[in-house]
Design a binder for this molecule. Structure first.
Ligand code: EPU
Length: 344
């Protein structure tokens, strides 16, 4: 394990922001995690855990220890008649892992193909797409607990998964995720109810075809970060009270919406942004993608401030038109490596 100083993180964040870490270390094992934390504590530095870098907003300089997660392993840890449990290192590429499960005829994650990032980040915001959330298939998350200074395993139930949320978001500095265990099914229970997917599925309904279709849809709509640096969906789909939704629907009857429990309705942020005139629109070097208005793209080497200027302008215009506040999905860090609330 080698700790480096003054390391440029641009290649490690999919939005392509210039960000220089005062200290940077790649960790390949649970023991490395403890050593890195010891170093940070001795130097009185905050710790910023970097995974696939696909959901972060980094400032130009970060006075912290950036721990880049590289723990890799895939092992079968339990099996019964209907399922097999696979424990995976936090630094394993998410999409490669999904493809691997399909080749092993293990089912559940196929709808989540091509989501960028690493396995260790998947429980943090409970990644989801096409009617599936990863929390449904996670059995446990192994962590190093920085408060109790010990390794532990947190059950799925104790992770409190909900839409783009988990306990890891509530306690950002407490846990370093080292491994995630997934309980996958031996017989496919394919979820094709999601609009786009249902319409597109023409081939025979198999897990392989479903995965292929999800990949095709994503490739058509979502920009490749190598060509257009981006952080996936930039805003969460807002969840509003049913009564507020009913008023809105009088004025905007076409608004795409998904009823939730507790008299709430989730509405499509992409549609709101599109209607507010931001689809394909740019402010300086940063704009909203022309094929999917929910994705913010850094077209030409933007700074964090330029990214903020664009997303705040989008928030403003959506609020003016719909009286709804959009909440950014990516995590914003300050120059001490701490997570910030998105102030606007
Ligand atoms: N829409 C527009 N204009 C746009 C974009 C979308 O009118 O520019 C409309 C669509 O026609 C559709 C609705 O908005 O009726 C929803 O759009 P879409 O089906 O593309 O899904 P989404 O709500 O925009 C969510 C997730 C994605 C996930 C897809 C598929 C969030 C914030 N985003 O997007 O997740 O892949 O559903 O399940 O929940 C991510 O989080 O990075 C991500 C890509």
């Amino acid at each position: 394990m080698q700790i480096q100083s003054q390391v440029q993180l641009r290649p490690f964040n999919t939005l392509g922001l210039d960000a220089v870490a005062a200290y940077y270390v790649q960790v390949h094992s649970a023991e490395d995690v403890v050593r890195a934390i010891d170093f940070a504590e001795t130097k009185q530095l905050n710790l910023l855990v970097l995974s696939g870098g696909s959901n972060l907003l980094l400032p130009p300089e970060i006075h912290a220890l950036v721990m880049h997660m590289h723990i890799q392993c895939i092992e079968s840890v339990a099996e019964d008649v209907v399922s097999q449990t696979i424990r995976v290192g936090a630094g394993q590429n998410w999409h490669d892992f999904v493809l691997w499960t399909t080749t092993q005829q293990l089912y559940g994650l196929q709808n989540l193909a091509l989501i960028p990032g690493m396995v260790g980040a998947s429980p943090v915001q409970n990644i989801g797409a096409y009617g599936v959330e990863v929390g449904e298939f996670i059995s446990a998350v192994d962590v190093y607990d920085r408060v109790l200074k010990q390794f532990s395993s947190i059950t799925a139930q104790d992770c409190h998964f909900s839409y783009r949320h988990s306990i890891f978001k509530d306690n950002p500095d407490r846990y370093v995720i080292t491994h995630v265990s997934f309980r996958l099914l031996k017989t496919a229970d394919l979820k094709v109810s999601y609009g786009d997917l249902k319409a597109a599925m023409q081939d025979e309904l198999t897990a392989e075809n479903l995965q292929k279709q999800v990949m095709l849809i994503r490739q058509q709509k979502l920009p490749d970060p190598a060509q257009f640096p981006n952080a996936g969906s930039f805003f969460k789909n807002p969840v509003i009270a049913l009564s507020v939704f009913k008023q809105l629907a009088v004025k905007f009857p076409d608004i795409p919406h998904y009823p939730q429990n507790n008299d709430q309705v989730k509405i499509a942020a992409g549609w709101l942004i599109d209607q507010a005139g931001w689809k394909g629109k740019q402010l300086g070097p940063v704009g909203m993608f022309d094929k999917q208005a929910l994705v913010l793209v850094n077209y030409t080497g933007a700074t964090l401030n330029e990214v903020k200027a664009t997303y705040q302008a989008v928030q403003y215009d959506v609020y003016e038109k719909f009286n709804i506040r959009l909440e950014p999905e990516p995590v914003l860090f300050n120059d001490s490596g701490l997570i910030q609330v998105h102030l606007d």
